[in-house]
Design a protein around this ligand. Sequence first.
Ligand code: FMN
Length: 209
Amino acid sequence: MSRLLYIQSSPRKLRSKSNAAADAFVETYLESHPGDEVVTVNLFEAPLPAFDLPAVQAKYAILHGRQPEAKDKAVWGGIERIIKEFKSADKYVISVPMWNFGIPYRLKQYLDIIIQPGLTFSFSPDKGYQGLVTGKPVFVVYARGGDYSGPGAEGADFQKRYLEFALKFIGFDQIQSVVVEPTLMGGPEAAQEKLDGAIKEAQEIAAGF
Ligand SMILES: Cc1cc2nc3c(=O)[nH]c(=O)nc-3n(C[C@H](O)[C@H](O)[C@H](O)COP(=O)(O)O)c2cc1C
């Protein structure tokens, strides 16, 4: 039995196009993988610890081999809990809206929490950076109000490019995705057509995921 972690990063619940395609993926996945466990986390509802001064102090105390103080240990415990939950999954689904050409701030906060040396990546002078989350597939749904598929527009996409870079950095090398775009141009019928196409693609990938 595998555990699939479904991370939602849109706050728009049932109105979210990225959630709609990812929900369809999960539904089809469960039909073809009965018995697998799906854990859904909405990053706008989950209590994420702040990655602020106490967290950075704790990180550097541990990183530089200093004896962490009790307050560092308490803060770092909250960070490690999220990382443990993340790493406990065998497979991942992430739904991601484009916000200001990038990803929503709650997903960035989540990445700032989970991307940690010694836990999700390592560094050594001879081997350089190495991801530690290996051998696990991830499926990502990206939704955008505009259309970034054409030449010239691709350069403004800091959503897919950034997330894929971050995922590869921590070790993912089986990354599949669909893009729902544009969701805010050409009227609701055109957007629905794009969503239907993305759902179909997502369902095809889900069956063999
Ligand atoms: C705060 C905010 C910023 C946005 N920035 C962009 C943007 O830079 N480019 C774009 O094409 N659409 C942008 N949009 C539109 C969303 O990408 C679009 O509504 C998408 O469908 C959101 O995904 P969701 O439906 O899963 O929530 C923005 C929407 C919000 C709420």
